[in-house]
Write a protein that binds this ligand. Sequence first.
Ligand SMILES: [Zn+2]
Length: 376
Amino acid sequence: MIKFLQDLIQIESLSPRDEGCFDIIEDRLNKLNFNCERINYLNVENLYATFGDKGKLFCFLGHTDVVPTGPVEKWTYPPFSGHIEGDLLYGRGTADMKGSIAAFLESLDEFFATNPNLNFRIAILLTSNEEGDAEDGFIDKIVDDMIERDERIDLCLVGEPTSYEKIGDSVRIGRRGSLGGSLKILGKQGHIAYPENVNNPIFSASDVIVELKNTIWDNGNAIFQPTSFQISNIHSGTGAKNVVPGELDMFFNFRYSTESTQETLVNEFESILKKLNIEYEINWRLSGLPYLTTEDNLKDVVVKSIENIAGYTPDLNAKGGTSDGRFVAKMGTEIVELGPLNDTIHQIDEHIKISELWTLKNIYTDILKGLNSKLS
Ligand SMILES: [Zn+2]
């Protein structure tokens, strides 16, 4: 498993390129008699492999692409070397998320070695464009095609790095939605010495920002944190110091709980602008609907496996950014996300603990066994 992970790390699969990760993954799946299919959309590769012919469809969902390394000279070991130092394996993608792919493949070997009488179907769906722009939504497209073919993933395990201090201490059973927007506040440009002749959009923005910052959008619920609003960029000015600009641009984003919807947030946001008599133009962009898994089949098996192997009960939550789980959710799939520690993801010196990856592998194997008895 560790050697295989090093092989994956040594492939520089910067998003959205797979660069051959699928080839070595497919080799292993072929040995287990999986039926492997490459699905290409807009030159981005995806691997869909299935095994079995009866029962519910369980799918492991993941991605082989990684984010850029940042300045290579800042890394203690080269980011694509897969260098091992004691219990630590370094490299871009070790935690997000080639580690969980290696662990899941190993758990499949282990599971099939017990010659199970398979009571469910197993699939692996991997994309090489998870870290890129979600607008391209490849998993989204694949899911739409599956729906068209009357195919449905019943249970989905996403291998994203959900753990905080110990493997499996945190499991996601939902994700917040993501709603972004760009706002243009319109004023009136003029000479800075003639305030009576201008309408300064920067002053208007200050009122808007205070109001937005103080608004409680919702209080969240047992699983979801309250909806959060953030501004990522604000700019204005004509370049001249003696000119009041005529407009101001602001980019913002909501990460929202299931207590809000796109509609309630848009309405409340725009009602603040109207209340303050702001003249504006706005563009909204929904990049992910929130989802929450309420059924217990997969959730129960995952919790029990973590208890069996690690000896503690995971926290079930909906923290973190969006994941490709959001696309699968529209099939009405039960989704649980469980993977490595997230403390170094996307950072310089990303790494995982080898001992913890073995624990993750053991948990995955126990999940497969648990599903086989639960779904019998
Ligand atoms: Zn990831």
